[in-house]
Design a protein around this ligand. Structure first.
Ligand code: CA
Ligand code: CA
Length: 378
């Protein structure tokens, strides 16, 4: 029953009681279990605290258990986890299964050096928070679809590949509706590996929201890209629906965001928005924002582009069949200390033969601080 109907049909005390019942019935409160790298508890029921190895379960024991909606699995602060944590169970729309790295709230987070992975099995509704990921190749990976993961307040530090990697295997199993917020990414990947972005949405991913994250590379040896969208096969017009907002990005070798698109005949990375963010400093040649292959329908709003020696935004056609980059809207953005290229001033079109540009990009317009490109294929 809608709240308005409830309010009309009941006295005030009954109405308040109804709301309380409505709230409590919608939240599933589960059990709390404890996991330690050196844990020796026989099963989850015996994993009752971080106080000793005997009262917490090992990673292997955890990986073989099942958990219920609303459960919390506490990652004990020490020793550091060197085993790979494989979450065995999904939450649901009624509640997450939570992986908590700082259960005592003292600011010291559990350290995970070999990642939280689930491959080849679809897992949904995990909440991963307050964990320090380091040393791993990849930190958080869900590769077989998976929806509604919520990753917050984690530190991703000194990884050799991706911080967060998600993809779906096919159009029936999108990796979708993730929320990634208030995390710090620093020194992720290597500059020679374009796949080693801080966050890599790589195949059938849609509707991810990334907000209030800080991304810092070191300009040369680490930090190739901040967020990379690649091969997500979103059909033209569908819209991938990704949102990036309040992203603080600095010192990447290449791009803060890279919409890599898909190869011909597949969809691009359309229908996404980047807003209220700051992109600063890169030493490569691609630009702070990179939009290529079939990517389209990307909007930049109120983004500051600072201190790049290449391009603020580069639109990159790749030749026949790969040239449908378009519908890129830029409004209210600020450009500061950017090397000015030949026209257009700060959106640069690369690798497309000049003679072909007019056929591929029919309209380029500057209206106050707003550029609009409309793709000729409409
Ligand atoms: Ca703690
Ligand atoms: Ca790139």
């Amino acid at each position: 029953m809608e709240l308005k109907q409830l309010a009309d049909s009941k006295s005030l005390p009954d109405f308040i009681n109804s709301i309380e019942q409505k709230n409590t019935s919608s939240v599933v409160l589960g059990a709390t279990y404890y996991i330690r790298e050196d844990g020796s508890a026989a099963n989850k029921a015996a994993a009752t605290s971080c106080a000793a190895a005997a009262t917490s379960m090992s990673v292997a024991t955890h990986n073989a258990e099942t958990f219920a909606v609303g459960d919390t699995i506490v990652l004990c602060e020490s020793p550091a986890f060197t085993s790979t944590i494989n979450p065995p169970s999904s939450g649901s729309a009624s509640g997450y299964i939570t992986y908590e790295g700082d259960h005592d709230g003292n600011g010291v987070r559990a350290t995970v050096t070999n990642g939280i992975y689930r491959l080849l099995v679809r897992i949904d509704y995990l909440k991963i928070q307050n964990v320090h990921f380091t040393t791993s190749k990849k930190a958080v990976v869900f590769s077989s679809g998976g929806s509604n993961h919520w990753i917050r307040n984690c530190l991703f530090d000194s990884l050799s590949q991706q911080g967060i990697f998600g993809n779906g295997p096919d159009a029936d199993n999108y990796s979708q509706d993730w929320l990634i917020e208030y995390n710090m990414f620093q020194n992720i990947g290597v500059s020679t590996d374009s796949a080693s972005a801080d966050i890599n949405l790589s195949g059938f991913a849609r509707r991810w929201t990334m907000r209030h994250n800080t991304h810092a590379g070191d300009d040369s040896t680490h930090g190739v890209d901040g967020v990379t969208f690649s091969n997500n096969n979103v059909a033209g017009g569908d819209g991938a629906g990704h949102i990036i907002e309040y992203m603080n990005c600095s010192n990447y070798y290449e791009n803060c965001v890279d919409f890599k698109g898909a190869k011909p005949s597949s969809g691009g990375e359309g229908g996404s928005i980047v807003r209220d963010s700051t992109f600063s400093g890169n030493s490569g040649t691609e630009g702070l924002a990179h939009i290529q292959y079939n990517s389209r329908d990307v909007t930049f709003e109120r983004v500051k582009f600072l201190n790049t020696t290449s391009n603020a935004i580069a639109l990159v056609g790749k030749g026949a069949g790969n040239d449908t980059v378009g519908h890129v809207t830029v409004k209210g953005c600020a450009l500061i200390s950017v090397a000015i290229m030949t026209p257009p001033l700060w959106i640069t079109i690369l690798l497309v033969p000049m003679a072909a540009i007019s056929a591929r990009i029919r309209q380029a317009r500057l209206a106050s601080a707003c550029w609009i490109f409309t793709n000729g294929k409409g």
